[in-house]
Design a protein around this ligand. Structure first.
Ligand code: N01
Length: 554
């Protein structure tokens, strides 16, 4: 890819941070308004999450016919997904196809990490700076930097002394890793760990899995795409997308439950769970009854069904009990989907190590040691330890405003010191003309992510279009609206069982991170109606204006 930086326009209508699914759609959509746009991507290729997460078994846990762009019917008709759930290489191929088909590449600058974004209040311009010192000035800034894009390796002592190789799931080498004949340790049993463990076990001489918290996982029942199913889905694609937009997860095809789990006799309930278990997929399981995510007693029935499946699958009773989650209700941490995860623990070359009761203390030159003094000899260590979720990517950029008329200077890291504050997940008070895609306060991570990306980007595009049509050039969330939204996000979360889990939704995986519930769990459908009504009602909770007027007030 030629370095385009010296040809880049330094002055843009919209600067976009990130060249993943969100950044690419933002280019397409904003270009359609006649705006000059450019996306800045740290990676050497486009695709964001699907560019970086190349670990064995990486695939989406939402079915591909759903997890794809809906903005072009021609695109969704012509693209063929080979399997029910897309693998990382397939999804990356799709993203590259979209970039070519819609001629997006000419507005993506690769190998370019944005290190600061400063709003020049007087000039009414965002000034972005790259790590290489390039400066970009733009009227608007769209942060499409991802919400699970800042990989975190725990702060273990001794990692520098380790003589073997170590990897993080989200920074996987492009050439792949051959674990044949090696003694491998995987730390972490979230979605990434659960996907990679069965495949690494097939290669490694021995695999130790270091588990701090057992996670619920359901069988994905992946397989080749059923041609008839694909044909039917494509024939109804438009209607299905419309139907999806009217659901909490933005996924169509699952009948809304009508009864509480407690209204049903145990035998009938277990039959229902069994049918969902056989069908595969997490939405379907959590949709068995109306109240699985709001009523602990109901949830217990669904949790216990899966615990019993684990007990029936894993032969060693001690390992089975360790794998059976007991500290959080099913679905309150991201529910994993797997292929042969629990079965893998029946292999002779796989050992589960409980690092809840005996935490990892030190990485040594030849492996690791726990606080209780257990030592493990390892040739390779894989950190499937997750991300500084939701806020990590933005907090890595020095986002601030200059002092200026009509506005005090502000620093995003300071503003978010006690936890992220946004209005609708889209804007932050004190930071005019900066939009965020699927950030904190957005339903994004709790939905079919591409649907939320498209919804947010459409909202942003309509907003910029509205400003232009009214001769305005500045929009900012009011502190009151931001405060009310954050309270609403937390109130909605508190009406569910989600806060019972120590998850990345509350920043629990990062020591010292403020415990605030970050995603909006009120549902995609509710969010879409609400955010669109706000726009239709003249952008309630936002201040719209022109910077000349602000100057005049100086
Ligand atoms: O990360 P995680 P992930 N010592 O944060 C453990 C999406 N995703 O990369 O739970 C020992 O979920 C940690 O333990 P605990 C999806 O939204 C989707 O797996 O904090 N262990 C946990 O087990 C997902 O939710 C897909 O006690 C330590 C694990 O590391 C999100 O990305 C695939 C530790 C981290 O789990 C993140 O998933 C992959 C320590 N010091 C990811 N620190 C699909 O679509 C952390 N852990 C399928």
């Amino acid at each position: 890819m030629p370095d385009a930086s010296h040809h880049a326009p330094r002055s843009l209508d919209v600067a976009i941070v990130g060249g993943g699914l969100a950044g690419l759609y933002a280019i397409h959509r904003l270009r359609g308004l006649g705006l000059t746009v450019r996306a800045y991507e740290a990676g050497s290729g486009i695709g964001g999450t699907w560019f970086w997460n190349r670990y064995p078994g990486a695939r989406c846990d939402v079915e591909s016919l759903e997890y794809s762009y809906s903005f072009s019917d021609a695109l969704q008709q012509e693209w063929q997904w080979p399997e029910r759930y897309g693998t990382q290489p397939e999804i990356l191929k799709y993203i590259n196809h979209v970039a070519d088909r819609f001629d997006l590449r000419r507005d993506v600058q690769l190998n370019t990490r944005i290190v600061s974004a400063v709003f020049d209040t007087r000039a009414n311009r965002w000034v972005l700076r790259t790590r290489d010192g390039e400066e970009i000035r733009a009227r608007y800034c769209v942060m499409a930097a991802g919400n699970l894009s800042t990989p975190r390796v725990p702060d273990f002592k001794g990692l520098n002394d380790f003589k073997g190789r170590w990897y993080h799931s989200g920074l996987w080498p492009h050439e792949g890793v051959d674990f044949s004949g090696q003694r491998v340790g995987v730390i972490g049993t979230g979605s990434s760990g659960v996907q990679m463990i069965p495949l690494i076990a097939e290669q490694a001489k021995h695999l130790h899995v270091f588990q701090r918290t057992a996670n619920f996982s359901l069988p994905a029942r992946n397989g080749p795409m059923d041609a008839e199913r694909e044909r039917r889905h494509k024939a109804e694609y438009r209607q299905r997308r419309i139907a999806a937009a009217d659901t909490p997860f933005a996924i169509a095809g699952h009948a809304r439950p009508t009864r509480s789990a407690l209204e049903v006799a145990e035998e009938e309930r277990n039959q229902a769970y069994e049918a969902k278990w056989q069908e595969g997929g997490s939405i379907s399981y959590l949709y068995s009854y109306t109240d699985l995510l709001v009523n602990k007693e109901s949830n217990d029935t669904a949790s216990e069904f899966v615990r019993n499946k684990i007990r029936a699958t894993v032969k060693d009773p001690r390992t089975a009990e360790l794998l059976a989650p007991k500290d959080h209700p099913i679905g309150t941490k991201r529910l994993c989907l797997d292929t042969n995860y629990y079965e893998t623990y029946n292999r002779d070359n796989v050992t589960l190590v409980d690092v809840r009761s005996d935490p990892i203390d030190t990485i040594t030159a030849t492996g690791l040691r726990t606080k209780g003094g257990q030592t493990f000899e390892l040739d390779a260590i894989v950190f499937a330890t997750g991300f500084d979720a939701m806020t990590g990517a933005l907090n890595e950029i020095d986002v601030r405003t200059t002092d200026g008329p009509g506005g005090k200077s502000a620093v995003l890291r300071d503003h978010w010191e006690g936890g992220p504050l946004t209005y609708l997940g889209l804007m932050v008070s004190g930071f005019p003309n900066m939009f965020i895609v699927t950030g904190p306060g957005s339903p994004g991570v709790k939905t079919q992510m591409i649907a939320s990306i498209e919804q947010h980007v459409d909202w942003i595009a309509n907003c910029i279009d509205h400003l232009q049509s009214k001769g305005l050039d500045r929009i900012e969330a009011t502190p009151q609206a931001e405060q009310a939204w954050v309270e609403h996000v937390n109130a909605v979360a508190d009406s569910t069982l989600y806060p019972l889990a120590n998850s990345w939704y509350v920043g629990a995986n990062i020591p010292g991170k403020p415990r605030v519930f970050m995603p909006y769990v009120g549902g995609y459908d509710r969010y879409k109606r609400h955010s669109e009504a706000i726009a239709a009602n003249g952008y309630e909770g936002f201040t719209l204006g022109t910077h000349e007027r602000a100057e005049a007030a100086d």
